[in-house]
Design a binder for this molecule. Sequence first.
Ligand code: GLA
Length: 512
Amino acid sequence: MTRRGILRNICALLLGALLPLCGAPAFEASNSVGGIWVFSGAPPFPGLRMMQIAVKAGRATGTLTTDWYGPMPMHDLCIRGKAASFGIHNGNPRLPMKTWMTTLQGKHQMRVVGDIWEEHVDLLARRGTARDAARLRFQVQPLPAPARLGPDALAPTPPMGWSSWNRFAEKIDDPTVRRMADLMVSTGLRDAGYLYVNIDDGWQGKRDARGVLQPNPKFPDMKALAEYVHSRGLKLGLYSSPGPRSCAGFEGSYGHVEMDAQTWASWGIDYVKYDLCSGEGIFRTPAEVQAAYLAMGQALRRTGRPIVYSLCQYGRDRVGSWGRDVGGHLWRTTGDISDDYTTMARLGFERNGDPADAGPGGWNDPDMLEVGNGGMTAGEYRTHMSLWAILAAPLLMGHDLQAMTPETFALLANPEVIAIDQDPKGIQGRRVRKDGAVEVWSRPLADGSAVLALFNRGEVEASVRFEAADAGLARFLSLRDVWARRAWEPATGTATLPPHGVLLLRAAGPRG
Ligand code: GLA
């Protein structure tokens, strides 16, 4: 290096340290951290590939490219000599940004420290070349133009079935799915109306050389599995994500939407749950999320196979108002359920979507059932089922059928409760009034009768008065206790409810 060069570098370092470059005009010194930085041996989450920092016309910009979220823009990038700091959206732009720091170590190595979700990153990156950048580039995929898919006849009533997630999470395999299918038949649950056997996250393997997604070794032959499930008079469902990775870290459909839909159809798949997961870091606006869901909706339609399409983006951006347009038959209205009364009640009572969005062909989905998983009392599970039935919610069981008690079966297979859920008119019930811990809900049914549900959300016994007007009727001609499957004897308008309990009534009478 010439003397002039050395002098310039010293000045640059001094000035760089004194004058931070935070999006403002800056001295070239900042270029020391500028350039392409390549990670190797990064852990799978979030799969850091490279970091690019550019200083142009005195302004610094940068991206952090990951397998999970693609190129993540650096916010408030601030270069201070040999170090830089920036903010990264934590996958989800709704959450507070995380601050990342990088420090140059020597000339060609950078230490990168930051957090994303639960993961702390502390890695070294080496200075890379344009060729590295081309190799590690994340292929951003085009999204379809807005369009509206017309209705089909696939979900005239809320879908019913079983899903692997709540009980088995990613510990699911082909033999377990077959056993669940067998048990749905032998226990009578299929005949009670539960039709879909859905494999949630955890079946995916890698893509082959042509890009075709393969199941992982726990699912040796999906076509054979679908044939088996079909031979039992049931239907088979699968799960994927519009992002590059599913929530449990398996391969998603990003960049392979058309191909995946065709693959699933060729296996004989009847139901697809499409879970936003890593897509929330890539599709950053509501319009992009909607377009990503439309892409799969269109691809599923193009297969020509009737496939129920379940949207799972946690109820954001008023999904109920556009779910049908992208081909959805059900859409989650909330984050995940867990097997406890507090969570179940929050979802069922508060996060159940706009009733105006629900009806034949498209349903609000407050998430799958936890009945039989052991975290709630029988009375609390009765509240869970009653609430889902009055909401016209999809009934996707989530327990281990191998360990089902008669009590659990009775909760899931009560024909009168199922008939309420599956009422052909498909009107989602509403809260009529709330008095402290007590809530009165009602739902009109196709035959002119109405459901009246009295819930006690409190910790102590409560009594509640109710009247025909609560059910939209002029007077009661008859009242039936749906769980007991007999007439509601007291025939008075007062009921006593245990803590977390419910009285589910079907009322007949002239409309009020
Ligand atoms: C998300 C969904 C769940 C389940 C898991 C699988 O959390 O909301 O219902 O599908 O992903 O990883």
